[in-house]
Every structure is written in C-alpha cells, then in structure tokens.
Write a protein that binds this ligand. Structure first.
Ligand code: GTP
Length: 671
C-alpha cells in the first residue's frame, strides 16, 4: 500500500491505504494534497486534517498535573547483561506503559541489531505514570547501554537525571563497567540506588554482592534492594525507592525556558526528534525557540513524552523530560548538549558535554564502485541517527572512492556495519581498523602547510615519514580489569604482552581482584577483551577510558600478496612489535585465504625490507577438470558455489581474499 503524506502545520504524517493523486498549491500558500483511496474517488485535505487534529487532541496529555516535586528523572546503569532492559520492561509493565502482551520483549531495545545481539546500543527514554501514596508521579527512566563502546550514551543520559539505579548481577557481582558507571553517576553527584538483580538464580549470592558494594562504593549494604527483574520480585520496591530516595529536579518553573538536548533521532517524514530535559520554563506547540549552538529559530510543531512511544502533550514543564519536533532537518541542528530557549527570552546556555571522541578509524568502500552512491546515502541516513560516527571522504588507488569512518570502539564499528547490511542491504569492504596516532611535525614547510605542528593520523596510508617529524605519539587508556584472583597470573602476563603498565591492584572481596593498567589503545582495541574472557572462563571484565597520548616508536608496515601491497592491511605498529606482528599477520592471512590455482606469497614489509613471509600452496588439481559429459549438474553446482564464494571475496591482483580477513587478520592469539 502506498503512503500518503499530509502536511499538518508543517508536520509530515503518513497514512497507509491512500495514494497521492495530485498536489495543489492553495491560494493561501498552503499545499493541498488531493488523494484517492481504493474506495473513495477524491478526499479533500481538510477531512484528513480534521481527523488528525482530533486524534492528537485526544492523545495530548496534560502534564501540568505533575508539579516538580512529583517528578523523578533517573537512568538505569550497569555492566553489560546485568538486566537493565529486563528491569525497564518490568517497570513499564507495572506502571501500565506497556501491555502484558509485550512482556519480556525488551521493548526499549528497538533496533534489529539490539534484538539479535541481545545488547542495548542506544539509550532509550520512557515516561511512567506512577501513583505513590495516592499521589500521581511522573517518572522518566532512561535505559542505557552497558558496553564500554557506548559509555558516551551513559554520560549524556546522566546529564538529564537526578538519580540512577545501579544494577548488579547477584551471581557475577561488581564488574568493570559497574565501577565505571558508578563513577560517572558519582561525579555528577546523582543519588545512587543499588539494586541487586537475578536473585532467582541458583548461584545468586546477594550477601557477597552487598559486601562488595559497601567496600568498593561505600554504600551501606542495607540500601541495596534485592530483586529478580525476570520474575518481577521486589520490583515494586524499586519504584518506591525511586520516589523516596531520588530528589525531584532542582528547577525554577517561573524562569525562562532552558531545555537541554541530550539525545536526538531522525525521522524521515518529520525531521529531527530532539530528546530534551527542561531545566527551566515551559514549552508548548507554536512556541518560537532558538538553539544556542547555531542561533537558528524554529517553531515547535509537536512535543510530548515517550511512553515509550511518542505521546503528544499540550505543554512540557520545568523538570520534565520529553521530545520536541521543530522542523529541524538535520541532527546537526539538534546538537547533543545544545540548549533550546524562547526566541524572545535568551538565556545562558547549559554547560552541555564534550562531543564523543572516535577511538577507532577504518576505511569503508563499496564492493563495486557502481554501488558508491547507494552506499553514500545509506551512510548518510545511518549517521543521522548516530552522530558519534565521524565521517570523512577517502579514496585509494586500489579501492576507489569511499570513506574513513571513526567509531567509539570495535563493537560500535561492527554494529554500524551490520546495520548497513541489514537496514540498507549494503555490502562493504572495511579496512583494518586503526587508532588515531599523532605526529609532531619538524619541517617548517609542513607545519605551515598543515597550520600547526601536531598532525593526527587516522589513515595509515598518510603516515608521515620519520624524516619530517620530531615525535610520533600513540593514544593510551587506563583500563580496569575485575576477575577472580585465580586468574591473576594469566591476566598479568596478557597485560604485559600488550605493553600494559600496572597502576593499581586491590581485592574487592576475599576472591576478586580489581587491577588498573595503562595500555596503548591499539594493543587492546581489537581482541583483548575476547582473550581476557576466554582465559578467565568468562569471569573477567574490562573497561577503559581515555588517558591522553604518549611518545612511541612507530612504523608503517605493509602486507604484500604476490608482491603487490594490500592497502586495506597497511598498519601502524610499534617498532618493538614489528617482527612478531608481521609474522603473525602473514600466518593468519595464510590460514584465511583459500588455496587458488597458483602459489601465493604473503609478505610483511617495512619500506622495501621484507620482514616475514608465508606461502599458500597452489591446488594440486582442478576440481572441475573431471566433471565432463554426464557430470554437468555437479559441474554447475561447483561453479555456482565458487561464484557465491567469490561474492564475499575481494580480488587483489589475481588473488581472491575473503572480505572478513581484513579484520580477523589483526586478531592475535596470545597464550
Ligand atoms: P545490555 O543492554 O546489553 O547491557 O544488557 P542488559 O543489562 O539490558 O541486560 P538484559 O536485560 O538484556 O538481560 C540480560 C540477560 O539476563 C537476559 O537473558 C535476561 O533474560 C536475563 N535476566 C535479566 N534479569 C534477570 C533475572 O532477574 N533473573 C534471571 N534469571 N535472568 C535475568
């Protein structure tokens, strides 16, 4: 069925079942849509409009019944998989925001990749109506992601809240992201309600977890609430604690409007939907508002709360969290951290937050240059909803035109890639990921050309020669590892092997150790976490945060296939590691490239000097050679299978390389 666009006060809506028949410009300047339905010959615009307005009037909620003292804004934070989304589901269910039919469907994880991978990637807001001691309360909850790559989502969600529910798994206890998230909330001076989840599990040990919480976070154990989000046990106590322990927002209702944009989404029909927290004043439909960042004026077309679906409201008041649609065409207009205010009452902007900093860069190219424009629009549309991806045009001799994209981490990059494939059917070549290195230029000519001494390198192909620099620098992070002490020896060996420098080590109870290490980012970004998990039978957890740059002896290493450099595999390595990492990459390529009709030499080289070599032997025989005469079906099958296999290959010279080899080749196998 076709969709019909109806323009109502600048807001685009679509109805299915109708077909746009003709578009007329009305004398008043309004665009009139005249449309046909299967059953109706012609239906004028106005009847659609009437229906729309009556619908929105009926749905518009009156939020004036919630004075500031009856509002609570909080987010749910935890280590990955400790049950945030399950608890959010239960809270939505108890307060009637979702029906029992949606039970256990993790309604706040709306993206296909979130459901498939069982992880939260994007923070989601939901407003709940809850009656406490007979008084109606408005509770705004934000469900946040747990993985370290998305901690930016946590920090900006925190800025819209006065409290957090800190969830800890009763079986696993405090983990690395529990510590990291606790400090985010603690530094923002939010009320922290500790919740011990999964008490229904056989191995649950809530006493031990309470003791850990007391020791590590200095929160008295009797403040912990023991729950099972899955079964709903004690979830009502969590709601009571939200009202009793989290303070209402400290705002002045009579002050001018000050709304913080803490998230934004792009809707193809209606433009940007900005998630806002009102720190002062109020906002209603028709208001003329300005953004402090761009100083552009907009008219509020719709506003409301998320329950978790958009529910229009007649007005948003100080202290409330909701959404605003104001005809912004691009998420860049609703910059995260920006302040919105009334055009005629300018205010001092709120402090906002630092923009997300990409930690991993990779080239992204279409499999075939004819798919370039399709891929461009897919990347544009995806980045509209994910402003933390940095996009820069790139091109290379071997791969043609493409982009260099910056991500918050490797999981973020994988999720982006998966969404490109699933939501836009785009097939891409991704080059080996690299971290942003720096070089301090020494040549006055280059400094002048570049406009400064410091050069950031996000593409190994642009790595400057040693002769024109005074120093190379690599990004470093401070990593937190939590694990049972049984594995301490193995973990320390792994960290040492990754050039880690130990900073601290404490016992959080009689069995678990917390270690802090300074690591070069490139040593941990690809596979460190997987290795840590597997060597600790899944019991260790890891989190890291930026710790600046340090001087490093870096060199560029090329990989050659039959003498031809493979641009996607060019990497920057630490000099100390060049030989071992070149050798390991050649070995892994040897194992991941299928044998072909001829011998293939795989080499690692620094400049013109080859430092490692492996050989992929040729097929001994042609598998198709014997398929003649009556064997035609078998021959067709083999040819089809070969053709299908080749679609997932990239041809370099005359060698076919599997698409995923470019990333898997970087994964080391530490003992
Ligand atoms: P991320 O968003 O990826 O960080 O995960 P999360 O913290 O939102 O965890 P999620 O709610 O997705 O739950 C992770 C797993 O734990 C799921 O398989 C849930 O069914 C399970 N789970 C959550 N709460 C409970 C509980 O109270 N008891 C038991 N037994 N399992 C639970």
């Amino acid at each position: 069925m076709s969709a019909l666009l109806v323009r109502e006060a600048g807001v685009f809506r679509h109805f299915s079942g109708f077909k746009v028949f003709r578009r007329k410009v009305h004398g008043s300047g309004l665009i009139r849509f005249v449309f046909r339905h299967r059953w109706m010959k012609v239906l004028p615009f106005w009847s659609g409009c009437r229906r729309m307005s009556s619908r929105s009037n009926k749905e518009a909620v009156d939020l004036s019944v919630f004075p500031v003292e009856r509002i609570r804004n909080f987010c749910i934070i935890a280590h990955i998989d400790h049950g945030k989304s399950t608890l959010a589901d239960r809270l939505l269910e108890i307060t009637g925001a979702i029906s029992a039919a949606d039970k256990n469907r993790q309604v706040l994880d709306q993206l296909q990749v979130e459901r498939e991978r069982g992880i939260t990637v994007k923070a989601q807001t939901a407003s709940l109506f809850y009656s406490h001691q007979g008084a109606p309360h408005l509770l705004n909850l934000i469900d946040t992601p747990g993985h370290v790559d998305f901690s930016y989502e946590v920090s900006r969600s925190i800025s819209a809240c006065q409290g957090v529910l800190l969830i800890v798994d009763a079986n696993q206890g405090i983990q690395a992201q529990t510590v990291a998230n606790f400090y985010l909330a603690f530094e923002a001076q939010l009320a922290i309600v500790p919740v011990i989840n999964k008490i229904d599990l056989k191995n649950a040990d809530p006493e031990r977890v309470e003791a850990q919480i007391e020791k590590v976070f200095d929160i008295p154990r009797d403040e912990c609430i023991r729950i099972s989000a899955k079964l709903g046990t004690n979830v009502d106590k969590v709601l009571e604690a939200v009202v009793e322990r989290i303070p209402p927002p400290a705002v002045q209702p009579d002050s001018p409007l000050r709304a913080l944009v803490f998230d934004s989404n792009f809707d193809h029909y209606r433009g940007v939907l900005a998630n806002v927290a009102l720190f002062g004043g109020s906002m209603k439909k028709g208001d003329r508002i300005m953004s402090a960042h761009l100083m552009k004026t907009y008219e509020v077309q719709e506003l409301g709360i998320l329950r978790p679906h958009e529910t229009p409201a007649s007005k948003l008041f100080a202290g409330q969290v909701g959404y605003v649609i104001a005809g912004m065409k691009d998420v860049k207009e609703a910059q995260i951290g920006d302040t919105l205010f009334h055009q005629d009452r300018p205010v001092e902007p709120l402090p906002g937050f630092k923009p997300a900093k990409p930690m991993v860069f990779a080239g992204m190219f279409p499999m075939d240059q004819s798919e370039y424009s399709g891929l461009r629009s897919a990347i544009e549309r995806l980045t509209l909803n994910d402003s933390s991806v940095a996009v820069q045009k790139d091109s290379s001799l071997a791969l043609g035109a493409g982009w260099r994209l910056g991500f918050l981490g490797l999981l973020h990059m994988e999720v982006f890639n998966q969404r490109l494939e699933q939501e836009f059917n785009a097939s891409v070549i991704v080059t080996a990921p690299t971290v942003p290195y720096k070089a301090l230029l020494s040549s006055p000519k280059l400094i002048k050309e570049h406009g400064g001494e410091e050069l950031t390198i996000v593409n190994p192909a642009q790595f400057p020669d040693r002769s024109v620099i005074s120093q190379y620098q690599e990004p470093i992070v401070i990593g937190t590892i939590l694990a049972p002490d049984l594995y301490t020896g193995k973990i320390m060996a792994l960290c040492l092997n990754r050039r880690g420098v130990q900073k601290n080590m404490v016992y959080i109870d009689d069995q678990r150790v917390m270690m802090k290490y300074l690591f070069p980012l490139n040593e941990i970004v690809v596979d460190f976490y997987d290795l840590l998990k597997s060597m600790s039978s899944g019991y260790a957890s890891f989190d890291y945060e930026n710790a600046g740059y340090q001087a490093a002896d870096l060199i560029k290493m090329d990989i050659l296939l039959n003498g031809r450099p493979v641009e996607e595999l060019t990497t920057i390595v630490h000099k100390e590691r060049a030989y071992s990492s070149g050798k390991a990459m050649c070995e892994r390529l040897r194992d991941s490239i299928p044998r072909q009709m001829f011998e293939i030499a795989v080499q690692a080289a620094i400049g013109s000097k080859v430092i490692a070599r492996e050989t992929i032997k040729a097929y001994k025989k042609n598998v198709l050679a014997k398929c003649y005469g009556g064997d035609i079906t078998r021959k067709m099958k083999l040819l089809k299978r070969q053709a299908e296999g080749k679609k997932k290959m990239r041809r370099i010279g005359n060698v076919d390389v599997p698409k995923d080899a470019f990333i898997s080749v970087l994964k080391r196998k530490d003992k």
